[in-house]
Design a binder for this molecule. Structure first.
Ligand code: SF4
Ligand code: MG
Length: 322
């Protein structure tokens, strides 16, 4: 059977910005040849620093953005170029949860209206949609009696629960969650991650769970893909990736994840990356990570490493491992 989601060679190129003199800069390849499969009921964690193309990837997966090239197949059907009307019957299967719950909820709509909206689009009656919205509030840990309140009457964590209820309303099989806890207080983050994990198990959902650090996705992911400057640089099973990272960038990201044991935390080496990621408008030649990589050799400055099998996963590095 076809995987739930199959992504092949997904690329997004944005036109260069116009400068004050009216000249257009070079086109920006925000996403460059991203491929992966996701099985029903599973979670892929998609991790990288801001600007690495993970949100753009997420928006192409749910067909909010049309890719420049490549393919997004949902249950074997290519959805990457469907018009909004052709996408409508599929929309109920594929939903999105956004980063900032308050700015992604319409402040002038009640919770009833916000959660019902995807159902009304699918042709539900107002009464049925409202009843379903109340059930969903209960499912995500909100009080159904608060159904006629407005988003500003809820905390950030509660607002994200509303966003999750809205995404769940049509009983989707896939949810793309774009940094769903990044805007929340640390104390609330684990509650939302735990809620999403429970819902995944109960409802048989699949997630693409986007985050900028590896600690957030550890609990929910079956597999993890690490992105750098528009490309996946390492992808594999969670366990092996966390225990034995192969790409120097993955190693650096992992060394920033706090360890629960304070003694282990003191002993462990931290890999501090120099500088910020380069601009995707002017990617370095060869391995785009080489200006920041502690292991870079001459070949890294000239030859681009392709994703290839290493230690039971795929890694794009000339010198994977230790
Ligand atoms: Fe570092 Fe070279 Fe590997 Fe790139 S290819 S990550 S520069 S060792
Ligand atoms: Mg983002």
């Amino acid at each position: 059977a076809a995987p739930l989601l199959s992504v092949q060679d997904l690329t997004m190129t944005f036109p260069g910005r116009r400068s004050v003199t009216g000249r257009r800069g070079a086109p920006v390849r925000a996403v460059d040849g991203v491929s992966f499969d996701l099985a029903a009921g599973r979670t892929l964690g998609l991790v990288g620093e801001s600007g690495c193309g993970k949100s753009t990837t997420g928006r192409m997966l749910v067909r909010l953005l049309e890719p420049t090239s490549g393919r997004v197949a949902f249950e074997g059907k290519d959805i990457s170029r469907l018009s909004p009307s052709a996408m409508r019957p599929l929309r109920k299967h594929i939903q999105m949860v956004f980063q900032d719950p308050h700015s992604s909820l319409n402040p002038r709509q009640t919770v009833a209206r916000i959660i019902s909206d995807p159902l009304l689009v699918q042709g539900w009656s107002a009464g049925d949609a409202r009843r379903r919205a109340a059930e969903l509030m209960e499912l995500v840990g909100l009080i159904p009696e608060h159904i006629d309140r407005y988003p500003h009457e809820f905390s950030g964590g509660q607002a994200q629960r509303i966003g999750i209820a809205r995404a769940l309303s049509t009983s989707p099989r896939l949810i793309v969650a774009d940094e769903p806890v990044s805007a929340l207080d640390v104390s609330v983050q684990a509650q939302i991650v735990n809620l999403m994990e429970r819902l995944r198990a109960e409802l048989g959902l699949a997630y693409v769970f986007i985050a900028h650090d590896l600690s957030v996705v550890k609990r929910v992911s079956d597999r993890v893909a690490v992105m750098y400057l528009g490309r996946i640089v390492e992808i594999g099973d969670k366990k092996s990736l966390y225990e034995n990272p192969q790409h120097p960038y993955t190693r650096a990201l992992l060394s920033a994840v706090p360890l629960p044991d304070p003694a282990a935390e003191r002993r462990r080496e931290r890999i501090v990356l120099l500088g910020d990621p380069p601009s995707p408008a002017a990617p370095p030649p060869g391995c785009t990570f080489h200006p920041r990589c502690p292991k870079a050799q001459q070949i890294c400055r000239t030859d681009r490493p392709l994703l290839r099998p290493a230690a039971s996963r795929e890694v794009a590095c000339h010198f994977p491992g230790d």
